[in-house]
Design a protein around this ligand. Structure first.
Ligand SMILES: Cc1ncc(COP(=O)(O)O)c(C=O)c1O
Length: 400
């Protein structure tokens, strides 16, 4: 008799720093403690009624598969959504879109389409940690370019160029950024696009937070609007954050590069189909009025300002995020992982505590981010004020 054995890949898969401490949070809840979840980008904002009603309306007799690339009617409507995103550039065609199970599956298909095992993707750390998860699954290496709080987490194109090796296939960046909140300007996108052109890299721009920009300038600039960049540009998108509909699990990729599109489509065919009912709902979500976004963006701006000023009041100085709904906070502790565990295991303020994400998991360079946490400002201002008070008391009580 011989025991079956796991793959090395399976044994060494990294646990997500966003969800890794969930068992401790569950145990705290079982002890009757209220846990405020600032560890994950799960907003409490209501999903638009257009979308919710579409779920209620569903009455197909058979809940059938959808086409692998997504329903044509949905992709047509989605293509028109991109009109405002691409500006002067040629309009996006429905065939340049593949509908996926969230932005997550789009990332998996894209990294699988452009990288072989042993290839590298470049990320700017602190980075969206799940890029490591998808890359690990595909035996692709994540190569970090470090950005720093003292520079506002700005990305230096020369540092990106210097990190390129013969194994580098793509630059993978979110804008607006998770966890930094950095919004790349059109000029910054151009500078990074120039690096990609020079070194023959794809630019995978994760634009799932496109609407969440707080300086009043409207949508975050998109790589789809860059001229002469069609072979390089691959956009990751999702309804999760845009419509506060994380559970719908509908995302998509967009590329004008037919080779990338065909490769991704073969992966899409292998998994048969994206969800049917959720696509109907995502299609209805495109009818959400502009007033919904005006309100939501204003609410996030207020949340951001409440959290940033609250943290500064208790001596935690953070870079003010320009977009998305996260920030990286340096804490007066040596080991933020131990502090996050302490918050869940050993601490409460009148029966309440806070769950945060230790930031070391958002860095690929060992040793970085040890004293930092990522905080998602996905709760209302009053709750955020309360969370800051809980943090203040916990920092006083924590020995480390
Ligand atoms: C930057 C970024 N990209 C992609 C995703 C994937 O989201 P989903 O799979 O829900 O579309 C997230 C989720 O938090 C994210 O923050």
């Amino acid at each position: 008799m011989a025991a079956p054995t796991l793959s090395t890949r399976g044994r060494t898969a990294p646990a997500s720093p966003i969800r890794r401490l969930t068992p401790l949070a569950d145990a705290a809840k079982a002890r009757g403690i209220t846990v405020h979840h600032l560890n994950i980008g799960q907003p409490d904002i209501a999903t638009p009624k257009e979308m919710v009603e579409a779920y209620r309306r569903f009455d197909d007799e058979v809940l059938a598969y959808a086409p692998s690339q997504g329903f044509a009617v949905y992709r047509e409507k989605l293509a028109r959504y991109y009109d405002a995103v691409v500006g002067e550039q040629p309009a996006i065609e429905p065939d340049q879109i593949i509908v996926t199970a969230g932005g997550s599956e789009a990332l998996l298909f894209v990294v699988g389409s452009v990288c072989d095992p042993g290839d590298e993707i470049l990320v700017c750390e602190p980075y969206y940690t799940n890029y490591a998860g998808f890359s690990h699954l595909l035996s692709v290496n994540v190569k970090p370019v470090t950005t720093r709080a003292e520079d506002g987490f700005a990305i230096d194109p020369a540092a990106v160029a210097a990190a390129v090796t013969p194994k580098t296939k793509a630059l993978v960046l979110p804008s607006p950024g998770n966890p930094t909140g950095l919004v790349l300007s059109r000029a910054q996108l151009e500078a990074l696009a120039a690096v990609c052109r020079e070194h023959g890299l794809y630019f995978v721009c994760d634009e799932v937070y496109r609407e969440f920009v707080y300086d009043g300038s409207g949508l975050a600039p998109s790589i789809l609007a860059l001229p002469d960049f069609d072979d390089h540009a691959i956009v990751i998108d999702s309804v999760s954050k845009r419509y506060s509909a994380c559970g719908a699990r509908v995302g998509n990729l967009v590329t004008r590069n037919p080779e990338v599109r065909d490769a991704a489509l073969r992966f899409a065919q292998a998994r048969l189909s994206p969800a049917t009912v959720d696509q109907y709902a995502a299609m209805a979500a495109l009818d959400t009025p502009a007033s919904y976004f005006e309100d939501v963006i204003e609410r996030y701006r207020e949340r951001r300002d409440t959290l940033v000023s609250g943290l500064r009041r208790i001596g935690v100085d953070t870079v003010t995020p320009q977009g998305a709904f996260y920030l990286v906070a340096p804490l007066p502790v040596k080991d933020s992982d131990a502090f996050c565990r302490f918050l869940l295991d050993d601490f409460d303020l009148d029966g309440e505590t806070v769950m945060l994400a230790p930031a070391s998991g958002f860095y690929a360079t060992p040793g970085l981010g040890q004293n930092e946490v990522r905080i998602a400002y996905v709760l209302g201002p009053q709750k955020l004020e309360r969370c800051v008070s809980i943090l203040e008391a916990a920092l006083k009580a924590f020995d480390g």
